[in-house]
Design a protein around this ligand. Sequence first.
Ligand code: BGC
Length: 445
Amino acid sequence: MGIKAFSDDFLWGTATASYQIEGSPLADGASPSIWHKFSHIPGKTKNNENGDTACDHYHRYEEDIDNLVKLGVKAYRFSIAWPRIIPEPGTINRKGIDFYKRIIDRLLKHNIEPFITLFHWDTPLWLEKLGGFRKRESVDHFLFYGETLFKEFGDRVKHWISVNEPMVYTISGYVIGDMAPGYKRDLRGLFHAAHHLLLSHSRLADALHGFSKGAVIGIAEAQVWVRPFKSGSERDKRAADLMDKLINRLYMDPVTTGGYPEKLLAKAGRYMPAGFEKDLEGMKNTCDFIGINYYTSQSYRYSLFTPMIHAKEMQTPGCKRSAMWEIYPDGIYNLLKRVKDEYNNIPCYITENGFPLNDKGRSDLLDDAERIEYLKDHIRKVMQAHKEGVNVKGYFLWSLMDNFEWNHGYDMRFGIIRVDFKTLKRSWKKSAYWYQNIIKTGLSG
Ligand code: BGC
């Protein structure tokens, strides 16, 4: 199957996020984000690493865009750091806007379509101090920030992504506590923040459509393919179904088909903000497209001891694993088919897919054959879904270059371009040459 299995306008791209690559988080009038604060608390990240320098993309963006050009990508997904644009409530920072303007103009000059994520987890610290996303006022602040960007860039940028992975932000940030804002076992926080992030998405969609008729907006959803541990066990099936609702459908349904999964509300409705039902009608069908970030599958078995959900994650027998997760290419296909069958075949993009590798024990740090294997298997599955009528319009590889992998620090590398974090030198890995070739000539076999 060659590249022509996709239509000519299929967008091959790569993805990054502001706090993970930029560095200089306080430069030129920016204020701190919750990740700046979190990563400076000892013990919160691997080796106490932080995004102070990261890839120094803030100063090296020209070189990084040159690499995009060399790769031949048609699109580039990146995020804007909210605290660079709005360093305090109601204040717009020109220098922050200018930084991203330079990036956008340079991409457009090279015919690379910018896909801008408004929020990839670097909440301004001032907003967190006001209660963050657990408070309804966060929606107004997000809207002010979003409208500022639409006014500045709406003439040139046609593809917007409101929120990156509300699931990971709320589950890691409010329940597990291993990511910013770092709260633990706070179910009320989880459901309040989830609702306010999704409500923000819908308000931003209304605002964008008012500004620019041709522009489209979606949300990037972390989607995990969830399976029962024992396929013949009714209790495991129920546990997996509820987990699927908690980690996938809770974040997907309200802004597409409408409403929260009822079975989940029956268990967790008391944690939702009062009067949330009144928002639902306005949230429905507010995605022009869906972004799917896919990395892995998970298996669940029934467990009496897990509160509320009664599900415990188990390792799927026989499933290969990367340094972080299970490897299950069929999952990307299944989730794409689900968009076709259950979400009205809304246009969609794979907004992230990638493979982590750790340097330990590796003799050739530019030889990432395992990554190529993973990508090949997953892209094949995307092609299959496309062939079967799924309206998938592009694929963004995570990530253009090694970067700050949140609480895992710099050890866990996802880039197809290596970054030496001492010298900041960029070097192409085998996967970068491989992807360059896929973009040019397609994938055979
Ligand atoms: C996030 C990225 C992250 C990647 C790999 C996604 O959850 O959007 O920021 O680096 O996965 O863990």
